[in-house]
Design a protein around this ligand. Structure first.
Ligand code: UN1
Length: 509
Protein backbone atom coordinates (compact mmCIF):
# COMPACT_ATOMS: atom_id res chain seq x y z
CA UNK A 1 0.00 0.00 0.00
CA UNK A 2 0.96 3.55 -0.51
CA UNK A 3 0.32 6.17 2.13
CA UNK A 4 1.40 5.86 5.71
CA UNK A 5 3.44 2.82 4.86
CA UNK A 6 5.14 4.93 2.24
CA UNK A 7 5.48 2.74 -0.84
CA UNK A 8 6.23 -0.79 -1.83
CA UNK A 9 9.32 0.46 -3.61
CA UNK A 10 11.39 0.52 -0.43
CA UNK A 11 11.40 4.25 0.06
CA UNK A 12 11.40 4.80 3.77
CA UNK A 13 14.71 6.33 4.67
CA UNK A 14 15.65 9.95 4.91
CA UNK A 15 19.02 10.07 3.23
CA UNK A 16 17.63 10.14 -0.29
CA UNK A 17 18.17 13.17 -2.43
CA UNK A 18 21.41 12.72 -4.34
CA UNK A 19 22.32 9.58 -6.23
CA UNK A 20 24.80 8.31 -8.75
CA UNK A 21 22.98 5.00 -9.25
CA UNK A 22 22.92 2.47 -6.44
CA UNK A 23 24.39 5.02 -4.08
CA UNK A 24 22.28 7.60 -2.29
CA UNK A 25 23.81 10.23 -0.11
CA UNK A 26 22.88 13.53 1.47
CA UNK A 27 23.68 15.95 4.23
CA UNK A 28 21.68 18.92 2.92
CA UNK A 29 18.42 20.48 4.09
CA UNK A 30 15.35 18.30 4.27
CA UNK A 31 12.63 18.65 1.65
CA UNK A 32 9.31 17.09 2.64
CA UNK A 33 6.91 15.61 0.15
CA UNK A 34 3.24 15.87 1.11
CA UNK A 35 0.52 14.12 -0.83
CA UNK A 36 -2.11 16.46 -2.25
CA UNK A 37 -4.51 13.50 -1.99
CA UNK A 38 -4.81 13.53 1.82
CA UNK A 39 -2.21 16.05 2.97
CA UNK A 40 -0.06 13.34 4.60
CA UNK A 41 3.69 13.36 4.50
CA UNK A 42 5.06 10.76 2.09
CA UNK A 43 8.73 11.13 2.85
CA UNK A 44 11.70 13.43 3.02
CA UNK A 45 14.71 13.91 0.81
CA UNK A 46 17.83 15.94 1.32
CA UNK A 47 18.71 18.85 -0.93
CA UNK A 48 21.95 18.33 -2.82
CA UNK A 49 24.88 20.38 -1.54
CA UNK A 50 27.44 21.98 -3.85
CA UNK A 51 29.99 19.41 -2.78
CA UNK A 52 27.64 16.53 -3.53
CA UNK A 53 26.86 18.11 -6.87
CA UNK A 54 30.58 18.08 -7.71
CA UNK A 55 30.78 14.39 -6.76
CA UNK A 56 27.87 13.64 -9.07
CA UNK A 57 29.37 15.49 -12.03
CA UNK A 58 32.77 13.86 -11.53
CA UNK A 59 31.19 10.40 -11.45
CA UNK A 60 29.02 11.20 -14.45
CA UNK A 61 32.04 12.36 -16.45
CA UNK A 62 33.88 9.14 -15.68
CA UNK A 63 30.83 7.00 -16.44
CA UNK A 64 30.35 8.73 -19.79
CA UNK A 65 33.77 7.54 -20.91
CA UNK A 66 32.74 3.93 -20.30
CA UNK A 67 29.13 4.17 -21.41
CA UNK A 68 29.91 5.74 -24.78
CA UNK A 69 32.16 2.77 -25.61
CA UNK A 70 29.28 0.30 -25.31
CA UNK A 71 27.77 -0.16 -28.78
CA UNK A 72 24.45 1.62 -29.21
CA UNK A 73 22.36 -1.58 -29.67
CA UNK A 74 23.89 -2.94 -26.46
CA UNK A 75 22.91 0.29 -24.70
CA UNK A 76 19.46 -0.33 -26.19
CA UNK A 77 19.45 -3.72 -24.49
CA UNK A 78 19.87 -1.98 -21.11
CA UNK A 79 16.91 0.26 -21.93
CA UNK A 80 14.93 -2.85 -22.94
CA UNK A 81 15.57 -4.27 -19.49
CA UNK A 82 14.43 -0.99 -17.95
CA UNK A 83 11.18 -1.38 -19.91
CA UNK A 84 10.74 -4.88 -18.46
CA UNK A 85 11.30 -3.61 -14.91
CA UNK A 86 8.80 -0.84 -15.48
CA UNK A 87 6.26 -3.39 -16.66
CA UNK A 88 6.81 -5.32 -13.42
CA UNK A 89 6.48 -2.14 -11.36
CA UNK A 90 3.70 -0.49 -13.34
CA UNK A 91 1.08 -0.85 -10.67
CA UNK A 92 3.22 0.35 -7.75
CA UNK A 93 4.82 3.19 -9.65
CA UNK A 94 1.49 4.28 -11.15
CA UNK A 95 -0.03 4.39 -7.66
CA UNK A 96 2.90 6.36 -6.32
CA UNK A 97 2.54 8.89 -9.16
CA UNK A 98 -1.14 9.17 -8.40
CA UNK A 99 -0.53 9.58 -4.67
CA UNK A 100 2.36 12.02 -4.80
CA UNK A 101 1.21 14.09 -7.78
CA UNK A 102 -2.56 13.70 -7.44
CA UNK A 103 -3.52 12.58 -10.94
CA UNK A 104 -6.12 9.85 -11.37
CA UNK A 105 -4.96 6.27 -11.02
CA UNK A 106 -5.71 5.65 -14.70
CA UNK A 107 -3.47 8.56 -15.60
CA UNK A 108 -0.81 7.37 -13.16
CA UNK A 109 -0.75 4.01 -14.94
CA UNK A 110 -0.88 5.87 -18.26
CA UNK A 111 2.21 7.79 -17.32
CA UNK A 112 4.12 4.60 -16.55
CA UNK A 113 2.86 3.20 -19.85
CA UNK A 114 4.44 6.22 -21.59
CA UNK A 115 7.72 5.25 -19.93
CA UNK A 116 7.39 1.69 -21.20
CA UNK A 117 6.53 2.96 -24.67
CA UNK A 118 9.57 5.22 -24.83
CA UNK A 119 11.76 2.30 -23.74
CA UNK A 120 10.45 0.27 -26.67
CA UNK A 121 10.96 3.21 -28.99
CA UNK A 122 14.51 3.76 -27.74
CA UNK A 123 15.42 0.09 -28.15
CA UNK A 124 14.53 0.27 -31.84
CA UNK A 125 16.21 3.62 -32.15
CA UNK A 126 19.46 2.18 -30.79
CA UNK A 127 19.91 0.48 -34.17
CA UNK A 128 18.83 3.52 -36.15
CA UNK A 129 20.99 6.46 -35.14
CA UNK A 130 21.43 7.26 -38.78
CA UNK A 131 23.49 9.92 -40.45
CA UNK A 132 23.42 10.70 -44.18
CA UNK A 133 25.87 9.97 -46.94
CA UNK A 134 26.45 12.89 -49.25
CA UNK A 135 27.84 12.84 -52.78
CA UNK A 136 31.07 14.77 -52.81
CA UNK A 137 31.86 17.25 -55.61
CA UNK A 138 35.41 15.90 -55.59
CA UNK A 139 36.38 12.63 -57.33
CA UNK A 140 37.24 9.61 -55.20
CA UNK A 141 35.99 11.29 -52.07
CA UNK A 142 33.37 10.13 -49.66
CA UNK A 143 31.36 12.44 -47.47
CA UNK A 144 28.95 11.54 -44.70
CA UNK A 145 27.67 12.76 -41.40
CA UNK A 146 27.48 10.83 -38.19
CA UNK A 147 26.16 11.37 -34.69
CA UNK A 148 28.30 10.98 -31.59
CA UNK A 149 27.31 10.93 -27.93
CA UNK A 150 27.21 14.36 -26.36
CA UNK A 151 28.19 13.78 -22.73
CA UNK A 152 26.20 14.68 -19.63
CA UNK A 153 22.57 15.60 -20.23
CA UNK A 154 20.95 17.70 -17.50
CA UNK A 155 17.25 16.93 -17.19
CA UNK A 156 14.99 19.31 -15.26
CA UNK A 157 11.42 18.07 -14.91
CA UNK A 158 8.12 19.38 -13.55
CA UNK A 159 5.73 17.89 -10.99
CA UNK A 160 2.92 17.19 -13.44
CA UNK A 161 4.65 14.31 -15.23
CA UNK A 162 6.97 13.25 -12.44
CA UNK A 163 8.19 10.05 -14.10
CA UNK A 164 7.40 10.05 -17.84
CA UNK A 165 9.36 13.14 -18.82
CA UNK A 166 12.44 11.72 -17.11
CA UNK A 167 12.00 8.53 -19.13
CA UNK A 168 11.52 10.36 -22.44
CA UNK A 169 14.83 12.09 -21.89
CA UNK A 170 16.76 9.34 -20.19
CA UNK A 171 15.88 6.52 -22.59
CA UNK A 172 16.90 8.57 -25.62
CA UNK A 173 19.98 9.97 -23.92
CA UNK A 174 21.07 6.48 -22.89
CA UNK A 175 20.82 4.90 -26.31
CA UNK A 176 22.59 7.96 -27.71
CA UNK A 177 25.50 7.20 -25.36
CA UNK A 178 24.94 10.03 -22.91
CA UNK A 179 24.71 9.97 -19.14
CA UNK A 180 21.98 11.83 -17.26
CA UNK A 181 21.86 14.13 -14.25
CA UNK A 182 18.22 14.55 -13.29
CA UNK A 183 16.83 17.36 -11.19
CA UNK A 184 13.22 16.40 -10.54
CA UNK A 185 10.60 18.81 -9.21
CA UNK A 186 10.96 19.37 -5.47
CA UNK A 187 7.20 18.73 -5.33
CA UNK A 188 7.52 15.08 -6.43
CA UNK A 189 10.88 13.84 -5.13
CA UNK A 190 9.68 10.39 -4.09
CA UNK A 191 8.67 9.49 -7.65
CA UNK A 192 12.22 10.37 -8.67
CA UNK A 193 13.69 8.05 -6.06
CA UNK A 194 11.50 5.24 -7.32
CA UNK A 195 12.57 5.76 -10.95
CA UNK A 196 16.23 5.97 -10.03
CA UNK A 197 16.03 2.79 -7.93
CA UNK A 198 14.39 0.87 -10.77
CA UNK A 199 17.03 1.94 -13.28
CA UNK A 200 19.88 1.45 -10.80
CA UNK A 201 18.82 -2.17 -10.37
CA UNK A 202 19.10 -2.76 -14.10
CA UNK A 203 22.48 -1.05 -14.27
CA UNK A 204 23.76 -3.10 -11.35
CA UNK A 205 22.54 -6.37 -12.85
CA UNK A 206 24.61 -5.51 -15.90
CA UNK A 207 27.71 -4.55 -13.90
CA UNK A 208 27.59 -1.00 -15.15
CA UNK A 209 29.28 1.76 -13.17
CA UNK A 210 27.81 4.45 -10.97
CA UNK A 211 27.33 7.79 -12.73
CA UNK A 212 25.24 6.76 -15.75
CA UNK A 213 21.99 7.80 -14.11
CA UNK A 214 22.16 10.48 -11.44
CA UNK A 215 19.68 12.42 -9.33
CA UNK A 216 20.14 15.76 -7.64
CA UNK A 217 17.48 17.37 -5.47
CA UNK A 218 16.59 20.82 -4.33
CA UNK A 219 15.15 24.09 -5.42
CA UNK A 220 16.08 26.64 -8.02
CA UNK A 221 19.70 26.98 -6.95
CA UNK A 222 20.45 23.35 -7.79
CA UNK A 223 18.94 23.77 -11.24
CA UNK A 224 21.15 26.81 -11.74
CA UNK A 225 24.31 24.84 -10.96
CA UNK A 226 23.33 22.47 -13.71
CA UNK A 227 22.33 25.17 -16.19
CA UNK A 228 25.54 27.13 -15.75
CA UNK A 229 27.84 24.09 -15.82
CA UNK A 230 30.05 23.89 -18.91
CA UNK A 231 30.53 20.19 -18.27
CA UNK A 232 26.84 19.66 -19.13
CA UNK A 233 26.46 20.20 -22.89
CA UNK A 234 22.67 19.82 -23.02
CA UNK A 235 19.96 20.99 -20.64
CA UNK A 236 16.51 19.57 -21.25
CA UNK A 237 14.01 21.54 -19.19
CA UNK A 238 10.28 21.07 -18.81
CA UNK A 239 8.20 23.57 -16.85
CA UNK A 240 6.90 27.13 -16.90
CA UNK A 241 7.85 29.69 -19.52
CA UNK A 242 9.32 31.84 -16.75
CA UNK A 243 11.62 29.03 -15.65
CA UNK A 244 12.52 28.24 -19.27
CA UNK A 245 13.53 31.81 -20.02
CA UNK A 246 15.83 31.84 -17.00
CA UNK A 247 17.41 28.49 -17.87
CA UNK A 248 17.76 29.53 -21.50
CA UNK A 249 19.64 32.70 -20.58
CA UNK A 250 22.07 30.89 -18.32
CA UNK A 251 22.75 28.09 -20.81
CA UNK A 252 23.02 30.50 -23.76
CA UNK A 253 25.65 32.53 -21.92
CA UNK A 254 27.98 29.52 -22.15
CA UNK A 255 26.66 28.52 -25.60
CA UNK A 256 25.29 25.25 -24.32
CA UNK A 257 22.37 23.45 -25.96
CA UNK A 258 18.83 23.50 -24.61
CA UNK A 259 15.73 21.48 -25.19
CA UNK A 260 12.88 23.54 -23.77
CA UNK A 261 9.35 22.27 -23.26
CA UNK A 262 7.44 25.09 -21.59
CA UNK A 263 3.95 26.45 -21.16
CA UNK A 264 0.98 25.88 -23.42
CA UNK A 265 -2.31 27.67 -24.03
CA UNK A 266 -3.94 24.98 -26.07
CA UNK A 267 -7.19 25.38 -27.96
CA UNK A 268 -9.71 23.19 -29.71
CA UNK A 269 -11.60 24.80 -32.58
CA UNK A 270 -15.13 23.47 -32.96
CA UNK A 271 -16.56 24.21 -36.39
CA UNK A 272 -20.18 23.86 -37.57
CA UNK A 273 -19.16 20.53 -39.15
CA UNK A 274 -17.84 19.04 -35.91
CA UNK A 275 -18.99 15.67 -34.61
CA UNK A 276 -20.19 16.88 -31.23
CA UNK A 277 -20.04 13.48 -29.55
CA UNK A 278 -16.29 13.13 -29.99
CA UNK A 279 -15.82 16.84 -29.40
CA UNK A 280 -17.34 16.50 -25.95
CA UNK A 281 -15.08 13.65 -24.78
CA UNK A 282 -11.96 15.26 -26.21
CA UNK A 283 -12.71 18.68 -24.77
CA UNK A 284 -13.75 17.54 -21.30
CA UNK A 285 -10.84 15.12 -20.86
CA UNK A 286 -8.49 17.73 -22.28
CA UNK A 287 -9.73 20.40 -19.87
CA UNK A 288 -10.11 18.47 -16.62
CA UNK A 289 -7.67 15.54 -17.01
CA UNK A 290 -4.80 15.79 -14.50
CA UNK A 291 -6.95 18.58 -12.95
CA UNK A 292 -5.85 20.89 -15.76
CA UNK A 293 -2.17 20.49 -14.91
CA UNK A 294 -0.82 19.18 -18.21
CA UNK A 295 1.06 21.52 -20.44
CA UNK A 296 -1.19 20.09 -23.16
CA UNK A 297 -4.40 20.75 -21.18
CA UNK A 298 -7.22 22.24 -23.27
CA UNK A 299 -7.52 25.79 -22.00
CA UNK A 300 -9.61 27.35 -24.78
CA UNK A 301 -12.58 26.04 -26.74
CA UNK A 302 -13.18 28.19 -29.81
CA UNK A 303 -16.71 27.45 -30.99
CA UNK A 304 -18.59 28.68 -34.06
CA UNK A 305 -21.52 30.95 -33.20
CA UNK A 306 -24.01 28.69 -35.04
CA UNK A 307 -23.44 25.83 -32.57
CA UNK A 308 -22.24 27.83 -29.57
CA UNK A 309 -25.42 27.52 -27.48
CA UNK A 310 -25.73 23.82 -28.22
CA UNK A 311 -22.11 23.21 -27.16
CA UNK A 312 -22.72 25.20 -23.99
CA UNK A 313 -25.60 22.96 -22.96
CA UNK A 314 -23.76 19.68 -23.54
CA UNK A 315 -20.65 20.94 -21.79
CA UNK A 316 -22.58 22.10 -18.76
CA UNK A 317 -24.31 18.71 -18.54
CA UNK A 318 -21.01 16.88 -18.79
CA UNK A 319 -19.41 19.04 -16.08
CA UNK A 320 -22.38 18.38 -13.78
CA UNK A 321 -21.52 14.70 -13.91
CA UNK A 322 -17.82 15.00 -13.11
CA UNK A 323 -16.74 13.39 -9.86
CA UNK A 324 -14.01 15.08 -7.87
CA UNK A 325 -12.17 13.14 -5.19
CA UNK A 326 -9.39 10.80 -4.19
CA UNK A 327 -7.60 9.99 -7.45
CA UNK A 328 -6.76 6.49 -6.23
CA UNK A 329 -10.49 5.74 -6.38
CA UNK A 330 -11.05 4.85 -10.03
CA UNK A 331 -14.60 6.20 -10.03
CA UNK A 332 -13.38 9.79 -9.63
CA UNK A 333 -12.56 11.85 -12.70
CA UNK A 334 -10.64 14.69 -11.09
CA UNK A 335 -8.07 14.64 -8.30
CA UNK A 336 -6.49 17.51 -6.39
CA UNK A 337 -4.17 20.27 -7.52
CA UNK A 338 -0.54 19.71 -6.56
CA UNK A 339 -0.49 21.98 -3.49
CA UNK A 340 -2.04 24.97 -1.74
CA UNK A 341 0.01 27.40 -3.83
CA UNK A 342 -1.66 25.98 -6.92
CA UNK A 343 -5.05 26.45 -5.26
CA UNK A 344 -4.18 30.10 -4.57
CA UNK A 345 -3.20 30.61 -8.22
CA UNK A 346 -6.51 29.07 -9.27
CA UNK A 347 -8.44 31.43 -6.98
CA UNK A 348 -6.50 34.44 -8.24
CA UNK A 349 -7.34 33.41 -11.82
CA UNK A 350 -11.05 33.19 -10.93
CA UNK A 351 -10.92 36.71 -9.51
CA UNK A 352 -9.22 37.98 -12.65
CA UNK A 353 -11.82 36.32 -14.88
CA UNK A 354 -14.49 38.24 -12.99
CA UNK A 355 -12.58 41.52 -13.04
CA UNK A 356 -11.74 41.27 -16.71
CA UNK A 357 -15.31 40.54 -17.79
CA UNK A 358 -15.46 36.76 -18.20
CA UNK A 359 -18.70 35.02 -17.24
CA UNK A 360 -18.89 31.72 -15.43
CA UNK A 361 -20.91 29.01 -17.12
CA UNK A 362 -19.62 26.53 -14.53
CA UNK A 363 -18.40 28.37 -11.43
CA UNK A 364 -15.43 27.28 -9.35
CA UNK A 365 -14.53 26.96 -5.71
CA UNK A 366 -12.40 24.99 -3.29
CA UNK A 367 -13.98 21.85 -1.84
CA UNK A 368 -13.96 21.85 1.92
CA UNK A 369 -15.63 18.77 3.40
CA UNK A 370 -13.79 15.98 5.25
CA UNK A 371 -12.76 13.92 2.20
CA UNK A 372 -11.10 17.00 0.73
CA UNK A 373 -9.04 17.82 3.82
CA UNK A 374 -5.76 18.33 1.96
CA UNK A 375 -7.31 21.61 0.80
CA UNK A 376 -6.15 20.96 -2.76
CA UNK A 377 -9.41 19.88 -4.41
CA UNK A 378 -11.08 22.48 -6.63
CA UNK A 379 -14.10 22.53 -8.93
CA UNK A 380 -13.43 22.61 -12.66
CA UNK A 381 -14.54 25.86 -14.24
CA UNK A 382 -15.91 27.00 -17.58
CA UNK A 383 -15.78 30.73 -18.25
CA UNK A 384 -17.21 32.43 -21.32
CA UNK A 385 -14.77 35.03 -22.46
CA UNK A 386 -12.96 36.61 -25.36
CA UNK A 387 -9.44 35.71 -26.41
CA UNK A 388 -7.94 39.10 -25.62
CA UNK A 389 -8.46 38.98 -21.84
CA UNK A 390 -5.15 39.02 -20.05
CA UNK A 391 -6.15 36.00 -17.97
CA UNK A 392 -7.05 34.02 -21.10
CA UNK A 393 -3.61 34.83 -22.48
CA UNK A 394 -2.01 33.36 -19.36
CA UNK A 395 -1.43 29.69 -18.62
CA UNK A 396 -3.05 28.89 -15.26
CA UNK A 397 -2.20 25.36 -14.20
CA UNK A 398 -5.75 24.44 -13.11
CA UNK A 399 -8.97 23.10 -14.66
CA UNK A 400 -10.25 26.36 -16.12
CA UNK A 401 -11.67 26.22 -19.64
CA UNK A 402 -12.38 29.41 -21.58
CA UNK A 403 -15.29 29.24 -23.98
CA UNK A 404 -14.74 31.59 -26.89
CA UNK A 405 -17.19 32.30 -29.72
CA UNK A 406 -16.10 32.86 -33.30
CA UNK A 407 -17.99 33.98 -36.37
CA UNK A 408 -16.89 33.83 -39.98
CA UNK A 409 -14.88 30.90 -41.32
CA UNK A 410 -12.18 28.60 -40.07
CA UNK A 411 -9.44 31.13 -40.77
CA UNK A 412 -11.07 33.44 -38.23
CA UNK A 413 -10.99 30.65 -35.68
CA UNK A 414 -7.35 29.91 -36.49
CA UNK A 415 -6.48 33.56 -35.92
CA UNK A 416 -7.94 33.36 -32.44
CA UNK A 417 -6.23 30.03 -31.78
CA UNK A 418 -2.86 31.46 -32.82
CA UNK A 419 -3.46 34.72 -30.95
CA UNK A 420 -1.54 33.75 -27.82
CA UNK A 421 2.14 33.73 -26.93
CA UNK A 422 2.36 29.99 -26.41
CA UNK A 423 2.42 27.39 -29.20
CA UNK A 424 2.30 23.86 -27.85
CA UNK A 425 -0.81 21.89 -28.82
CA UNK A 426 -3.94 22.56 -30.85
CA UNK A 427 -6.86 20.73 -32.37
CA UNK A 428 -9.78 21.16 -34.72
CA UNK A 429 -13.04 19.30 -34.57
CA UNK A 430 -14.49 19.05 -38.04
CA UNK A 431 -15.66 16.52 -40.60
CA UNK A 432 -14.98 19.02 -43.35
CA UNK A 433 -11.82 18.15 -45.26
CA UNK A 434 -11.16 21.71 -46.37
CA UNK A 435 -11.29 23.04 -42.83
CA UNK A 436 -9.04 20.26 -41.55
CA UNK A 437 -6.44 20.80 -44.27
CA UNK A 438 -6.46 24.58 -43.80
CA UNK A 439 -5.88 24.08 -40.10
CA UNK A 440 -2.87 21.85 -40.79
CA UNK A 441 -1.47 24.04 -43.54
CA UNK A 442 1.11 26.78 -43.20
CA UNK A 443 -1.67 29.32 -42.75
CA UNK A 444 -3.12 27.10 -40.05
CA UNK A 445 -2.12 26.29 -36.50
CA UNK A 446 1.24 27.70 -35.38
CA UNK A 447 1.70 25.03 -32.71
CA UNK A 448 4.17 22.15 -32.45
CA UNK A 449 1.23 19.77 -32.23
CA UNK A 450 -1.88 20.11 -34.42
CA UNK A 451 -4.59 17.45 -34.32
CA UNK A 452 -7.79 16.74 -36.19
CA UNK A 453 -10.71 15.17 -34.32
CA UNK A 454 -8.71 14.36 -31.22
CA UNK A 455 -7.99 16.64 -28.29
CA UNK A 456 -4.89 18.60 -27.36
CA UNK A 457 -3.53 16.26 -24.68
CA UNK A 458 -2.54 12.60 -24.68
CA UNK A 459 0.20 12.76 -27.30
CA UNK A 460 1.79 9.45 -28.23
CA UNK A 461 5.52 9.04 -27.69
CA UNK A 462 6.17 8.13 -31.35
CA UNK A 463 5.78 11.75 -32.45
CA UNK A 464 8.12 14.61 -31.61
CA UNK A 465 6.67 16.41 -28.59
CA UNK A 466 7.02 20.15 -28.03
CA UNK A 467 5.97 23.53 -29.29
CA UNK A 468 6.79 26.89 -30.75
CA UNK A 469 6.92 30.49 -29.51
CA UNK A 470 6.98 30.72 -25.70
CA UNK A 471 6.69 26.95 -25.47
CA UNK A 472 10.40 27.00 -26.17
CA UNK A 473 10.88 25.26 -29.52
CA UNK A 474 12.30 21.98 -28.18
CA UNK A 475 11.19 18.53 -29.27
CA UNK A 476 11.33 15.46 -27.05
CA UNK A 477 10.34 11.86 -27.39
CA UNK A 478 9.74 10.36 -30.86
CA UNK A 479 10.50 11.07 -34.53
CA UNK A 480 14.05 12.46 -34.81
CA UNK A 481 14.05 14.23 -31.42
CA UNK A 482 17.07 12.03 -30.54
CA UNK A 483 19.34 14.24 -32.63
CA UNK A 484 19.51 16.93 -29.95
CA UNK A 485 21.09 14.37 -27.59
CA UNK A 486 24.02 13.85 -29.95
CA UNK A 487 26.65 15.94 -31.67
CA UNK A 488 26.81 15.87 -35.43
CA UNK A 489 30.05 15.47 -37.30
CA UNK A 490 30.61 15.87 -41.04
CA UNK A 491 33.36 13.65 -42.43
CA UNK A 492 35.11 13.80 -45.78
CA UNK A 493 37.52 11.05 -46.82
CA UNK A 494 39.86 11.33 -49.79
CA UNK A 495 40.89 7.99 -51.29
CA UNK A 496 42.52 9.46 -54.39
CA UNK A 497 46.15 10.34 -54.95
CA UNK A 498 45.40 14.06 -55.37
CA UNK A 499 44.15 16.75 -53.06
CA UNK A 500 41.49 18.50 -55.14
CA UNK A 501 40.26 21.57 -53.28
CA UNK A 502 36.59 22.29 -52.88
CA UNK A 503 34.98 24.95 -55.08
CA UNK A 504 37.60 24.16 -57.75
CA UNK A 505 40.25 26.34 -56.09
CA UNK A 506 43.74 25.91 -57.55
CA UNK A 507 46.61 26.10 -55.10
CA UNK A 508 49.88 25.04 -56.73
CA UNK A 509 53.02 24.61 -54.69
C1 UN1 B 1 3.14 17.67 -20.16
O1 UN1 B 1 2.03 18.11 -19.89
O2 UN1 B 1 4.18 18.12 -19.64
O3 UN1 B 1 0.25 14.80 -24.35
C2 UN1 B 1 3.36 16.54 -21.04
C3 UN1 B 1 0.16 14.61 -23.15
C4 UN1 B 1 1.22 13.79 -22.48
C5 UN1 B 1 2.39 14.62 -22.13
C6 UN1 B 1 2.09 15.91 -21.52
N1 UN1 B 1 1.62 12.71 -23.35
O4 UN1 B 1 -0.73 15.07 -22.49
Amino acid sequence: MIGNEKTTLGINEVNFGTSTGQEWFGVGNLITSYSPVDGNEIGKVKATTKEEYETVITKAQAAFKEWRMIPAPKRGEIVRQLGDKLRQNKEDLGKLVSYEMGKSLQEGYGEVQEMIDICDFAVGLSRQLYGSTIHSERPLHRMYDQYHPLGIVGVITAFNFPVAVWAWNTCLAMVCGDVVVWKPSEKTPICAIACQNILAEVLKENNLPEGISNVISGEKEVGEWLASDERVPLISATGSTRMGKEVNEVVARRLGKTLLELGGNNAIIVTPDADLKITLTAAVFGAVGTAGQRCTTTRRLIVHESIYDQVKVILKNAYDQLKIGNPLDASNHIGPLIDQDAVRNYLVALEKIKEQGGEFLVPGGVLETEEYNSGCYVKPVIAESTNDLEIVQTETFAPILYLIKYSGDVLDAIEIQNGVKQGLSSAIMTTNLREAELFLSHQGSDCGIANVNIGTSGAEIGGAFGGEKETGGGRESGSDAWKVYMRRQTNTINYSTEVPLAQGIQFNL
